[in-house]
Design a protein around this ligand. Structure first.
Ligand code: ZN
Length: 453
């Protein structure tokens, strides 16, 4: 490779199997060499990182709802990717729904690409969608570069992205198998939700909402997806796993050779149902945040590798849709915006439980990159990889102030939370995209269109 045009060095560089002093040499946006701390070339721009800061691979977040075009007032490419940059995220993948049109047709995808053009501060990929009747669109979407496809097994929350039934999946799955495309699934089935006991407790009690989305809805959906993955040989990924009851079932299927994986999200690993205040609809998401015991079981699922990655499921909406005045959990929009906070939330919880920086990097960086086929380019500090880095202070505490959140609407259950781990700088392909509180100056993110799969 060419002579480096930038060197970043520090005493705590997180490489694949150790943390230690190193210099990272960058040439044309890629890591050309990882060398000893002292080995730096003359006349090359040098970024020195404080001794108490860590240099880690830029975060990859494969579950982000940007909602644009069509619902740009909920979020947008500029606001979301600025929040990402401030949170140490260098790559994100946008969900196919909540935008109008949704990414369920090639035409819809092209409209989204136009909308996102020149607006992304981080590298951005896209999921396509499987909805009833769009099987004919899947191959052209895949050829145009979506990383894979998402479906819902229950109402998605928006009418233009209808959910699928088992018989719809039986039509789509042979096509997905032929393409070799991953299907990611919102795994809740309507049956157990419809059958949930009609509670008489008030709508502003969190327990009312929790009972309305029972674990059985997730467990039965995951059972179905294991069965279909086995039958059709489609790679299936369960998004935002909340019910820890399903962990043993997923583990057994994995051991048996079924091509199934799972993610969970910061809110399921940090909060617990028991402590959610009445009327605090900022905590509403689907599937719901469950009990403390469930949270610990999800951590065990991460520890043994059954759950491979942690992604944000950043899902914002205008403040009015959270119905904060009435505190009505049943009718408020479900979704938590946490794109900017995934690193400190997970580090705060992981360090308490004795996990290492390597675990953190696997869950937040290399694992998600691997999920979407970016594992030769993103998610690691290694020679030949994109020079995507986050510099952060793993021992520095802070209190979340919602005014510091850069996504469009600031409502957040994390407001006033005490967290550990402060992001200082984010580097995308060798360019600083966030430094000491400032994003920018211009959006240099590229589209990650996965045309060579
Ligand atoms: Zn989602």
């Amino acid at each position: 490779m060419n002579q480096a045009d930038l060197i970043i060095r520090g005493r705590r560089v997180l490489l694949e199997d150790n943390v230690g002093p190193a210099s990272i040499h960058v040439s044309s946006g890629r890591i050309s060499l990882i060398d000893s701390f002292d080995h730096i070339a003359e006349g090359v721009e040098l970024v020195e990182v404080d001794d108490d800061s860590m240099i880690m691979p830029g975060l990859v977040d494969t579950h982000v709802h940007i909602n644009s075009p069509g619902r740009t007032e909920w979020e947008g490419f500029e606001t979301a990717t600025r929040a990402a940059a401030a949170g140490g995220v260098t790559t994100l993948v946008d969900m196919p729904l909540n935008s109008i049109p949704p990414t369920t047709t090639l035409q819809g995808f092209n409209i989204k690409l136009d909308d996102a053009q020149q607006s992304c501060y981080v590298d951005t990929g896209f999921w396509g969608g499987v909805v009833p009747g769009n099987t004919r669109e899947l191959s052209s979407l895949f050829e145009a570069g979506v990383v894979g496809f998402k479906c819902f097994l229950v109402h998605s929350g928006v009418d233009e992205f209808p959910h699928v039934t088992e018989s719809d999946l039986r039509v789509a799955m042979p096509e997905l198998a032929g393409l070799g495309a991953m299907l990611i699934v919102h795994a809740e089935l309507p049956g157990p939700i419809d059958e949930a006991p009609n509670t008489t407790t008030p709508h502003d009690e969190y327990s009312t909402f929790l009972q309305s989305r029972p674990r059985a809805a997730e467990n039965e959906a995951i059972e179905l997806m294991i069965r279909l993955s086995r039958e059709f040989g489609v790679r299936v990924h369960i998004v935002h796993l909340s019910s820890a009851d399903a962990v043993p079932m997923i583990r057994e299927a994995q051991q048996e050779g079924v091509n199934i994986s799972a993610e969970t999200c910061p809110h399921y690993l940090h909060f617990a149902a028991e402590t959610i205040p009445s009327g605090a609809t900022e905590f509403k998401c689907c599937p719901p945040i469950r009990e403390q015991q469930n949270r610990e079981e999800l951590w065990h699922g991460l520890q043994d590798g059954t759950i491979g990655i942690i992604v944000s499921d950043h899902s914002p909406c205008p403040g009015s849709m959270k119905l904060q005045e009435s505190g009505d959990f049943l009718n408020a929009w479900g979704g938590i915006a946490s794109l900017q906070l995934r690193l400190p939330v997970i580090w705060t919880e992981a360090r308490k439980r004795g996990f290492s920086f390597q675990h953190l990097a696997r869950w937040l960086c290399s694992g998600p990159a691997q999920q979407v086929g970016l594992h030769t380019r993103k998610g690691k500090i290694a020679r030949g990889f994109d020079a995507d880095l986050v510099v952060w202070k793993p021992e520095e505490k802070f209190i979340v102030d919602k005014s510091s959140l850069l996504h469009r609407h600031k409502i957040s259950p994390y407001n006033n939370e005490h967290l550990i781990g402060v992001v200082q700088k984010t580097v995308l392909r060798g360019r600083k995209i966030y430094d000491d509180g400032k994003v920018g100056p211009v959006p240099v993110g590229e589209f990650l269109l996965m045309k060579e799969k």
